[in-house]
Design a protein. Structure first.
Ligand code: FAD
Length: 301
């Protein structure tokens, strides 16, 4: 827990974030971030596609404080959408509202996001609104609801550590949803703190959406949850077209390949870009053993 708080603290350090951006991919982040530019990430997607794995691509970006930065992020995502379409790879987009100006002006963020969703809609491409911390939860759901009045290619994430997750999943059952445990540090007033409680809620939410929802992305590296889901879909005759497993790029690669080989839909979350620092620190917070990646990277040089 102490290490988790330490790395979450580091992930929120804006000064370290901007220093990291200047020095390119370092500290072992290369193994969990698929390159720094669009041609590199398209190549990484192609390799995963060759193994029957689809991708959701995140053009990394955090601490966006100005309209210029948010507009630049929007333009990069539009460029990425065009590149995915033109190259014909099997991929869709994951993005964070804060990157598009949520903390600056909600209307401005909505307009940026709308432009992205509209472009992707032309190509029949899905847009996933990643969920950030609690302060941004309701504003992100509001964006989803506003956009889904005109577009059906947008979905979001339900974080199992929140007490309100059960209510949210019922409300948004007609959406394509990714279900996760939750990656941020949240207070006891709004979120379960105990791993066992989070895991239990995670399973309940997954089962609910598998039975009642549109399409379920089960995003976890937890083999116990994955095995439970395999058994649950079998017992309830839930067809493979109704769900997929998702994992992050660079984690449990053998298990990713195995699930795809077994015939399950599988999507890898592929982050890329210079702004890798916060993402990488959250991964270390989840599993300090991920520091092994750093050590391996240093010694492989
Ligand atoms: P953990 O609870 O971290 O691990 C459970 C057990 O699984 C461990 O005890 C270990 O036995 C095993 N295990 C885990 N990792 C490994 C490994 N690398 N190697 C070997 N064994 C391992 N969070 C958000 O808040 N918002 C989002 O939008 C979001 N999107 C996500 C998208 C994807 C595709 C994924 C995979 C995660 C996302 N997350 C998001 C992060 C998520 O909330 C969790 O913080 C993160 O996935 C860690 O939880 P876990 O379910 O993987 O398992």
């Amino acid at each position: 827990m102490v290490l988790r708080d330490f790395f979450i603290g580091l992930s929120q350090n804006e000064l370290l974030n901007s220093a990291a951006k200047r020095y390119g991919l370092k500290l072992g982040a290369q193994s969990v971030v698929a390159g720094t530019n669009i041609p590199e990430v398209i190549e990484s997607i192609r390799e995963l596609n060759a193994h029957g794995i689809s991708c959701t691509v995140d053009n990394l970006g955090e601490f966006v404080n100005s309209r210029e930065e948010a507009t630049e992020a929007k333009n990069q995502i539009l460029e990425l959408i065009d590149a995915i379409h033109e190259s014909g790879v099997d991929a869709h987009i994951s993005l964070k509202p804060s990157q598009l100006g949520l903390d600056i002006d909600r209307e401005f963020c909505h307009d940026n996001l709308r432009e992205i969703v509209a472009r992707a809609y032309e190509y029949n491409m899905h847009i996933n609104i990643d969920m950030e911390d609690y302060a941004r939860l309701q504003p992100s759901f509001d964006l989803l609801e506003a956009l889904s009045q005109d577009y059906n290619n947008v979905g979001t994430v339900i974080q199992a550590y929140f007490f309100r997750a059960e209510e949210d999943i019922k409300k948004f059952k007609d959406y394509r949803l990714r279900i996760v445990k939750g990656a941020y540090k949240e207070p006891a007033e709004v979120a379960y703190q105990d791993k066992a409680d989070i895991d239990q809620n995670f399973i309940q939410l997954i089962e609910y959406h598998l039975l009642n929802g549109k399409f379920t992305s089960i995003a976890t590296h937890d083999h116990n949850v994955i095995n439970h889901v395999k058994q649950f879909v079998k017992n309830n005759n839930i067809p493979n077209e109704k769900f997929e497993f998702q994992m992050l790029y660079g984690f449990r690669k053998d298990l990713q390949l195995e699930l795809a080989r077994e015939g399950y839909n599988f999507t890898t979350y592929v982050p890329f870009g210079n702004d890798w620092y916060g993402y990488f620190m959250r991964r270390l917070a989840e599993r300090p053993q991920n520091l092994n990646l750093v050590v391996k990277q240093v010694f492989n040089k």
